[in-house]
Design a protein around this ligand. Structure first.
Ligand SMILES: [Zn+2]
Length: 158
């Protein structure tokens, strides 16, 4: 599949690459990415300021803002099914007290992971995986809002 990748720490390393389609675990969904956003964080990653590849990988798939359609998913308690439009959130908590209490923005250790930024591949690819519990279902009639298309003319977002 196609993927926008960078070599973390290397300036201007972004490229359109060909990589294997990811295989979701039983707690993940396979997503067909519809749209991605590009923000200052992505530009900083391409400048080599930060970004961290997943363990065992020498590249990072970029893109942390996305709108996707569920390609495959197992039965789950979140009410998300194949074909649903979703926005996967970016951060995946670690096991610190705040993360365990659903407040990963207040992570005490900094050992969280973030899709497209830190130790998890992002969504800048034809397909991506995400933990099912971190998918936000978007009604089809709100697809334009979910993609943040209406905000592209604003500066300083994200
Ligand atoms: Zn934490």
């Amino acid at each position: 599949m196609r993927a926008l990748t960078v070599t973390p720490g290397v300036k201007n390393s972004i490229k359109l690459d060909q990589i294997d389609t990811p295989n979701p675990t039983s707690s993940q969904a396979l997503l067909r990415v519809q749209e991605i956003g590009i923000c200052g964080t992505d530009l900083d990653i391409n400048q080599g300021f930060y970004g961290e590849a997943p363990p065992g990988s020498n590249y990072l798939v970029t893109g942390h803002e996305s709108l996707a359609r569920v390609e495959s998913i197992l039965s789950n308690a979140y009410g998300i099914s194949k074909g649903d439009l979703v926005v996967p959130t970016v951060r995946r908590p670690d096991s610190c007290m705040n993360c365990l209490n659903g407040e990963s923005d207040m992570c005490l250790t900094g050992n969280y992971r973030e899709h497209g930024i830190k130790r998890l591949h992002g969504f800048g690819s034809d397909f991506a995986v995400s933990d099912v519990g971190f998918l936000v279902k978007v009604p089809s009639k709100l697809a334009d809002v979910g993609s943040r298309r209406d905000r592209y003319s604003y500066k300083g977002q994200c």
